[in-house]
Ligand binder design. Structure first.
Ligand code: GLA
Length: 727
């Protein structure tokens, strides 16, 4: 998997289908040589090094390549001859910058170490995983930078992270990216990223790269609904099934930047990491800093293959705990059914119907604590609202359990309402900048999780509440962007650390609570999908994908989300019509067909459904129980994109390859249309597949090459789920 050639001084990292090569060059500069489809190790690759280009910055002290500005660098710094954007930068005690990092040593070993205080992918006994640790040193300042690479051979993944050890005088890190890769011929590539806003998260965006720097980022304190911490560069003609794609995803839930800087020679510096904007971290002598992990995936079989690599890795080696490997709960959530206007009687009426249609879990959403009837108070006062729930959480849980349902609860632990006893007692516990009035968002402030006392308070009340009743699921929400970010406890110099310290604090709380309560299923949420990232998935295996529960909107949102996140991570519910976000009315069947591949549930007042709707709901729950494993552990193939056509389709192939499920959606009515055929993917060409609804027999080759007709009337909001069994 990882070799070091002592003669050429090249590191060769190889997965099942890819190679990643870099080496130690003149004057111990670390240069990048190759990332792409697998190549033999013996290839020397020196032809990648060009010394022909002119540069306005060059050294004449024995570096015959003249300038690092012209080379593909492995972990670039700024201020010497490479004047492109750096992966690492810092200010030393004397005010100087210009860090100069040179190769010093390396280690190769089996397995993969944990990242101190941060979420990361991991390996298990028997996995083919190796790690390379390259030590770079700035010998003038005694600053040591360790580049970590872990190769997941069978998963076709390489992860990268960076650790800094300061053995010299105090310095302040201002940029520390997790990965930076210089790729030649960037003019051949498109820049793909996922953007959106509240209720329209992760739309697929794609434009050709241009000369100069292009990036997406978050300065909102969380990954955000606006951009996701994912970037891909694909050949212009790459599609779902063919073409080269380079991609990076950051295992982090805070401010990030991801992008590419294309220089005048068409070399693209692709990068991802903590957003350098407003970031600064002081390291005293002897202190260390650990960057988050970047996950690097290369595919020469298009975007579909790239996504399936992420899906499998995240399902199996990012998510943890007992819920990683078992089918999770089909649930009813009362949010869109009642909002905060509920009492025990109303909840139980919904719960009875939930039991009737076969659901497993009842989730009580916002409004159960303090005096919370509207969203302008009580966050922080995690005491049961007795007028609504006279028997408390345990009384409600007992009644639900007696009905045969599990009980789940909504919490928003990172927040405090100005109108709360907690805020009145501890106004200093909110994030704030000295001398500035903190802005509210949804009438709430953000708790300063960089503070130990706030973290202890949070862990304590959560432990108390979770132990107070038979709670088997938690929805962990976070409903605003961060503003006036600062901490009253930190020194002036360290205020630039608050964003990252907040995230480290959050991870500490999540690690403590999720390991203290291993039998609780946790789902994360941030005004819907505002913090849908691999960092959160490490602690909580599923995320509420979007507050937009409209079936048509969800076709787009879930398609975009699936670029790097598996359907097993996407909370998806059938909700009421007209839909509460867009007022659209879609058939009950379509709402089911859209929600079924995700972590399925209902979010409407079940007691108001007609008898006919109850029968459909029962059928949907039955299908979910039967096919959940196909959606959540099988392979997903995106066949037709909703971003390109008003009809879209995807198919799933079960882990044992015996079951194939085709989902088709039509979002717009069009008269007199051309014939449309859907060609499936991922089947065995010679196997015979029998269609369950009509017994028709097809070879895999036929389904994949000829396809089956669209088959529906041209009215809007059509959908179908078609199951095939391999003979
Ligand atoms: C957020 C969530 C919703 C719901 C509300 C409750 O918006 O995304 O699902 O839980 O908060 O206030």
């Amino acid at each position: 998997m990882i070799t070091f050639n002592k003669d050429s001084r090249f590191f060769h990292l190889s997965t099942k289908n890819t190679s990643y090569v870099f080496g130690v060059y003149q004057m111990n500069h670390l240069i990048h040589l190759y990332w792409g489809a697998k190549i033999p190790e013996e290839n020397v690759l020196t032809h990648y090094l060009s010394t022909q280009r002119m540069s306005f910055s060059a050294r004449d002290d024995g570096f015959t390549a003249g300038s690092t500005d012209n080379l593909t660098m492995e972990y670039p710094t700024f201020g010497s001859t490479d004047l492109r954007s750096p992966a690492f930068d810092c200010v030393f005690a004397d005010g100087s910058r210009v860090p100069q990092l040179r190769y010093y040593s390396h280690k190769i070993y089996d397995g993969k170490p944990k990242l101190e205080g941060l979420p990361a992918t991991y390996c298990e006994e028997g996995d083919k995983v190796q790690t390379l640790e390259v030590e770079l040193v700035d010998s003038v300042k005694d600053l040591h930078v360790f580049l970590n690479y872990s190769v997941f051979e069978d998963y076709d993944v390489i992860t990268r992270s960076v650790r800094v050890e300061n053995r010299g005088e105090k310095c302040k890190i201002t940029t520390i990216l997790s990965a930076s890769v210089d790729l030649n011929s960037a003019h051949n590539y498109d820049f793909i990223h996922l953007d959106g806003a509240w209720a329209k998260e992760r739309a697929v965006n794609r434009q050709p790269l241009f000369h100069g720097k292009q990036s997406v980022d978050s300065k909102r304190g969380a990954t955000s609904a606006h951009h996701n911490c994912f970037v891909a560069l694909s050949e212009h003609n790459a599609n779902e099934t063919m073409g080269e794609v380079y991609s990076m995803n950051l295992v982090y839930s805070g401010n990030f930047e991801a992008g590419c800087e294309v220089d005048s020679y068409d070399t693209g510096r692709m990068f991802i990491g903590i957003n350098p904007f407003e970031f600064g971290w002081t390291l005293e002598n002897g202190e260390t800093f650990q960057s988050p992990e970047a996950v690097l995936v290369y595919s020469n079989k298009g975007l579909g293959a790239m996504s399936r690599i992420y899906h499998k890795l995240y399902r199996e080696r990012l998510c943890r705990g007992k819920f990683r490997d078992i089918e999770r709960y089909a649930l009813i959530n009362n949010w869109e059914a009642t909002y905060m206007r509920f009492n025990e009687e109303k909840l139980l009426a919904i719960a009875e119907k939930a039991k009737d249609i076969g659901l497993d879990l009842f989730v009580l959403d916002d409004g159960w604590f303090g005096k919370r009837d509207v969203d302008n108070c009580s966050l922080g006062d995690w005491v049961v609202y007795k007028e609504k729930l006279p028997n408390g959480l345990s009384g409600l849980a007992q009644k639900l359990n007696a009905l045969g349902l599990k009980f789940g609860l909504w919490v928003e632990p990172e927040m405090v309402s100005p109108n709360s006893d907690l805020y009145r007692a501890h106004p200093d516990w909110a994030l704030q900048t000295k001398g500035r009035v903190p802005s509210t968002g949804r009438t709430q402030l953000v708790l300063d999780l960089s503070r130990k006392d706030v973290r202890e308070f949070t862990i304590n009340w959560l432990t108390e509440i979770l132990s107070s009743a038979n709670i088997e699921y938690i929805k962990w929400d976070m409903n605003r962007n961060m503003t006036e970010v600062g901490s009253l406890l930190l020194s002036d110099e360290r205020q630039s650390e608050v964003y990252h310290r907040y995230i480290l604090g959050l991870y500490e709380i999540l690690e403590t609570i999720t390991s203290r309560f291993p039998n609780i299923l946790f789902e994360s949420c941030s005004g819907g999908g505002g913090r849908f990232d691999p960092g959160m998935l490490h602690y909580m295996p599923q995320t509420w994908t979007s507050d937009d529960s409209d079936a048509v909107e969800r076709v787009y949102i879930q398609y975009g989300t699936s670029m790097c996140y598996p359907y097993s991570a996407m909370g998806a519910h059938v909700s009421a019509c007209p839909n509460h976000q867009v007022r659209r009315t879609t058939p009950f069947e379509m709402r089911g067909h859209v929600a079924l591949p995700g972590q399925f549930g209902f979010e409407l007042d079940l007691s108001k459904l007609t008898d006919e709707e109850i029968e459909i709901a029962k059928q949907q729950v039955k299908e979910y129980k039967e096919f959940g494993a196909v959606f959540h552990r099988g392979d997903c193939y995106r066949l037709i994109s909703p971003f390109e056509s008003h009809i879209s389709a995807l198919n799933f192939v079960s882990e044992d390859k015996n079951t194939v499920i085709l989902l088709r959606y039509r979002t717009v009515a069009k008269p007199n249309e051309p014939y449309a055929f859907v060609k499936l993917q991922g089947l065995e060409p010679d196997a015979i597949y029998v269609r369950r609804d009509n017994g028709a027999r097809y070879s895999g080759a036929f389904l994949m090459n000829a396809g089956i007709p669209w088959e529906f009337a041209s009215t809007e909001y059509q959908s179908a789920m078609t199951v095939f069994d391999k003979q």
